[in-house]
Design a binder for this molecule. Structure first.
Ligand code: COA
Ligand code: AMP
Length: 632
């Protein structure tokens, strides 16, 4: 089948297209209907189907004779460990740990929060939830206790899983104080906190509800997979929206399994028995889909990497892993490639390894800038494929799909829509824009299987955030344009979301925190361009009348506050005092123009601006403080 054929079929006859794709997974009970709408009018896939995602990831492959193949390779340069798990070994560990959870009262439909570093137990915890029909919610280990508490209160887990520490480069980060603090802040209290104690950070677990992972496993009975409905949630993954309250993206079992099964072959050209590596974190959607679910559902070997692209121990670490484990397909973020490029521009470390197994490098998380693309493709001599997706989709929406045979690669473009995603660029008034015209990146409904069916406990927010702006279309929150060949160019968010080193963060949330400082009358937090991280947040504050505080003192307080509340990943390091903020006559702060000033991007002064002289004032302050690529 050609890409063109499948794309056409997927948008003209979505039910037939996905009915056929659904035959690739083993259902306990076949779906009765392919596409339906619920009472709220939201689309649902595979009504009446019954399955178990952990069964598809593990037991199914053992039945097919893959029991002795490596399912998971844990490669941890920070602990100097490499550990391999066959499908059978992983299944046995998951089944036993499911027994631990069941003994704590976890069953179908119960939520479990997982706050863990990149260790096998994190994957075992996720799959054990799936085996029971429970709903996991993984919280990225880089988030601070406040963020964990917010997620605990929203997901209302029966149990929380953690480990005694994470390891960042050479630093041991004890997790217990973080979990304890989050539990003190949260209103909701789980029944149990099961902790995997790592040798790097011993802990005594004697508080109420505290359970030692290893001891509990010793006494546990293995559990068989529990059939669940296709519509039952497999997981909730919180992602940044425009306010302090994160959005709980739901992934259902049925649509997700079908999409994961199909996409690994169709988009990534990776097949049973081959080695796939997504150098992401299980705290992000990429980690859920392409470290855990898609490679395992497809009978591949997946790599769980506990390290960074650099300094673990050096910028050759990616190439060492690829050579050592014979990776065919590698997925990372452009920011990680930039980090490697900075430290090994000549490729001296790269040349130490035989990476002949590698056929593709896929990048996502932010736009792959042409300089990064050029460097990586020249160094590697293989296709470097930018593709676009979101936590909401759980799978690529735009990609040069290797499984159909690659189309020409265009630098700066995320290529063409993946079958199932009927993308349109819409103007302010909802009209469909043509090639070269920049507007809102949207997808005509229905979204294909695996995309969020709604937000956890919040249909109204789902409707309002994604569906109301352009009826009949999903609003991605990104802006961009397409060219005459239907290649799409994603140019960045049109809302208060930024991407810092591949981490999705809300400037709206940071703004709420800055605004809460007693000295601050009003403020704006904007994402400005950063050479390494893609974007970084910068605060601009106007002081309250009569308040006297040195700007460096205020900056230090706000930096510490955001680090403590959101976490170090927020990378909020700069906050400058300005006299006034530029606004429209209706009082809306012109954040986009502040960002463009810092980035040195030319723009016409907006006609709606209240006082154009403020833009000049801001420009002078940014220049004086050397904030922004335009001024360094
Ligand atoms: N647990 C605890 N802290 C964490 C963490 C985690 N899981 N991840 C990051 N942090 C901390 C870091 O230690 C750092 O703290 P510091 O300010 O005290 O040094 C801070 O958060 C910022 O981390 P990070 O954004 O990762 O920057 P870095 O300078 O440590 O590394 C890169 C830069 C580019 C190497 C790294 O960001 C990277 O590999 N990014 C790719 C991310 C990715 O793959 N995302 C998935 C998208 S598909
Ligand atoms: P997340 O939900 O964390 O995966 O972040 C999704 C956001 O990251 C998107 O809305 C985009 O803004 C950005 N993004 C992801 N991949 C790309 C890409 N290939 N090109 C441009 N932006 C991207």
């Amino acid at each position: 089948m050609t890409y063109q054929h499948d794309f056409k079929q997927s948008v003209q006859h979505p039910e037939e297209f996905w009915r056929e794709k659904a035959t690739a997974i083993k259902w306990f009970q076949e779906p009765k209907q392919i596409l339906t709408q619920n009472a709220a009018g939201f689309y649902r896939w595979f009504e009446g189907g019954q399955l178990n995602t952990a069964y598809l990831c593990l037991d199914y492959h053992i039945e097919q004779g893959r029991g002795d193949q490596d399912a998971l390779i844990y490669d941890s340069p920070v602990t100097d460990t490499i550990e391999k798990f066959t499908y059978r070994e992983l299944r046995d560990k998951v089944a036993k740990f499911a027994g631990v959870l069941a003994a704590q009262g976890v069953g179908r439909g119960d939520a479990v929060v997982i706050y863990m570093p990149m260790i096998p137990e994190a994957v075992i915890g996720m799959l054990a939830c799936a085996r029971l029909g429970a709903i996991h919610s993984v919280v990225f280990g880089g988030f601070a206790p406040h963020e964990l508490a917010v997620r605990i209160d929203d997901a209302r887990p029966k149990v929380i899983l953690s480990a005694s520490c994470g390891i960042e480069f050479e630093r041991i980060l004890p997790y217990k104080p973080l979990v304890d603090k989050a539990l003190r802040e949260a209103q909701h209290q789980p029944n149990a906190h099961i902790m995997f104690v790592r040798s790097q950070q011993p802990e005594t677990l004697d508080g109420p509800g505290e359970v030692d992972w290893a001891q509990a496993v010793e006494h546990a009975e293995p559990v068989d997979p529990v059939p669940v409905d296709a519509h039952d949630p497999l997981y909730i993954l919180y992602t940044s929206g425009t306010t302090g309250k994160p959005k709980g993206i739901i992934r259902d079992n049925g649509g997700h399994a079908v999409m994961m099964k199909w996409s690994l072959g169709a988009t990534y050209d990776t097949h049973p028995g081959e080695v796939f590596w997504a150098a992401s974190d299980i705290g992000w959607a990429v980690g859920h889909s392409y470290i855990v679910y898609a490679p395992l559902i497809n009978g591949c070997t997946t790599i769980l990497f506990e390290g960074k692209p650099i300094r673990t121990p050096d910028a050759g670490t990616f190439w060492r892993v690829i050579a050592q484990h014979k990776v065919k397909t590698f997925f990372t973020a452009p920011t990680a490639i930039r980090a490697v490029k900075k430290e090994d521009f000549e490729g001296k470390l790269f040349r130490k390894y035989d990476v002949s197994s590698l056929k593709y490098l896929f990048v996502a998380g932010e736009r792959c800038d042409p300089a990064t693309y050029d460097w990586a493709s020249q160094l590697l001599g293989i296709p470097v494929i930018d593709h676009w997706w979101q936590t909401e989709s759980g799978a690529p929406m735009l990609a040069n799909m290797a499984g159909y045979g690659l189309q020409p690669i265009k630098r700066g473009a995320a290529a063409t829509p993946v079958p199932g995603f009927q993308m349109e660029i819409l103007g302010e008034d909802g009209s469909i824009l043509g090639p070269g015209e920049e507007g809102y990146v949207t997808i005509k409904l229905p979204l294909p299987p695996g995309c969020l069916p709604t937000l956890w406990g919040d249909d109204a927010r789902f409707q309002q955030s994604y569906l109301n702006r352009f009826p009949g279309y999903y609003l991605s929150g990104d802006g961009g344009y397409k060219d005459a060949d239907n290649y799409f160019y994603i140019m960045g968010r049109v809302d208060d979301v930024i991407n810092v080193a591949g981490h999705r963060l809300s400037t709206g949330e940071m703004e709420e925190m800055v605004a809460a400082h007693p000295a601050v009358a009003e403020c704006a937090v904007v994402g400005i361009a950063d050479e390494l991280k893609g974007q970084r947040p910068v605060g601009l504050v106007v002081l309250k009348d009569g308040v006297e505080i040195a700007s460096d003192v205020l900056e230090a307080e706000l930096v510490a506050d955001i680090r403590a509340k959101i976490g170090a990943v927020a990378f909020f390091k700069t906050c400058i005092v300005v006299k006034r903020l530029p606004k429209t006559r209706s009082g809306k702060i012109l954040r986009k123009n502040i960002r463009m000033l810092a980035d040195g991007v030319h723009f016409e002064t907006p006609s709606t601006i209240d006082d154009p002289s403020i833009l000049q004032e801001i420009k002078e302050t940014l220049a004086q403080e050397k904030v922004g690529l335009a001024f360094v």
